[in-house]
Design a protein around this ligand. Structure first.
Ligand code: ADP
Ligand code: MG
Length: 328
């Protein structure tokens, strides 16, 4: 009898806490992008405290990895290119090491040393001609992930040649989403979404127990989408050429650079990647623009737990093995 009462009390308590869970969201600018942070919490006060924790974590990461902030360790590495190795935090060292790993995985399509050429292009839509081949050649020779020298023992990073640069534009938001999520999971937050302008990581479920869902917009017609996807692979990231691009002779080029030629890429409008981690999804979505849809989808199909939806610039879709599109 006593046991029964206890069970009943437990059930009442359990139901109460489930019912009290609510979804709270805050939108703000971080890392030069719009972030939406959503958490499941019991009340407004608790939710705001959780969201503050995530925001502080993202600020901390930005301060460490941003190549735009002169005081960051990344900027110190860049300033010392061709001069000397720079000792960095283990966190940054490991991020660079994983980035080099993704360069190997993608046969050099992904390369954080693309940044050596970044300054010769402007992707705000006004640039209509290419820089001269001499200018391109002078910078492209400095793109080479093999020349990012990591010294594990001393925890230093050295860019071998003057003129080399690194930047985390293609992976940083994904990394920040993963880290903010990990911190909130550690604090016991049962579910949420860290969405960095379409680069997102999710965990847990909505308060009613259903999966978080994402609608993937059709870039050819933004009033339509490819259907609602359950986020049981947790992270989903989209790279597109519709916000930052260059138009030359009526052709649109993405803000993603082919490390082999130093030229902006063409042929793909958007690449959406589902993966267990936003960092990997972010890097792969960028890489697909460089690899092209055929090579890109072949790589995706070889990676367990990773799926992709690619939209080519003629509007055709290239889907990985497990993606089923319900509607367009
Ligand atoms: P967004 O930042 O718009 O979400 P991406 O994740 O695709 O888009 O990242 C594009 C950014 O990645 C560029 O603005 C640039 O900073 C960086 N980048 C460009 N080309 C490469 C490349 N080949 N490898 C790694 N990073 C790149
Ligand atoms: Mg990316």
């Amino acid at each position: 009898m006593i046991t029964k009462v206890y069970i009943l009390m437990f059930c009442i308590g359990f139901q109460f806490s489930i019912e009290a869970q609510e979804i709270h969201k805050r939108s703000l600018g971080l890392m030069g992008s719009n972030f939406d942070i959503t958490v499941v919490a019991q009340n407004q006060t608790q939710a705001q405290a959780y969201i503050d924790t995530a925001v502080n974590e993202i600020y901390r990461i930005e301060k460490l990895i941003s190549s735009w902030k002169p005081e960051s360790q990344t900027s110190a590495i860049n300033r010392n290119a061709g001069i000397q190795p720079v000792k960095v935090d283990k966190e940054l060292f490991d991020l660079i090491k994983r980035s080099k790993g993704i360069s190997q995985l993608t046969d050099g399509a992904f390369d954080i040393s693309f940044a050596a050429i970044e300054h010769i292009f402007s992707f705000k839509g006004q640039q209509t001609t290419w820089p001269s081949q001499d200018v391109i050649d002078a910078s492209v020779k400095n793109i080479s992930y093999q020349n990012i020298v990591l010294d594990e023992k001393n925890q230093t990073v050295f860019l071998k040649y003057k003129g080399m640069r690194i930047g985390f534009g293609a992976i940083g938001k994904g990394y920040a989403a993963d880290k903010a999520k990990a911190l909130l999971v550690e604090k016991g937050v049962s579910g949420g979404i860290i969405n960095a302008s379409g680069d997102m990581n999710t965990w847990g479920t909505q308060p009613d127990g259903s999966a978080w869902k994402v609608a993937i917009t059709n870039p050819m017609d933004k009033t339509k989408n490819f259907g609602l996807f359950d986020l049981n692979r947790e992270a989903v990231v989209t790279s597109g050429n519709y916000e930052k691009f260059i138009m030359v002779d009526g052709q649109r080029y993405a803000h993603i650079i082919d490390p082999r030629t130093g030229m902006p890429t063409q042929g793909i409008i958007s690449a959406t990647v589902f993966a267990p981690k936003a960092e990997l999804a972010d890097a792969l979505a960028t890489s697909i623009f460089v690899m092209g849809s055929e090579v890109g989808i072949n790589l995706i199909n070889q990676l367990p737990g990773v799926e992709a939806i690619i939209v080519k610039d003629d509007g055709t879709l290239v889907l990985s093995n497990k993606i089923k599109i319900k509607s367009k």
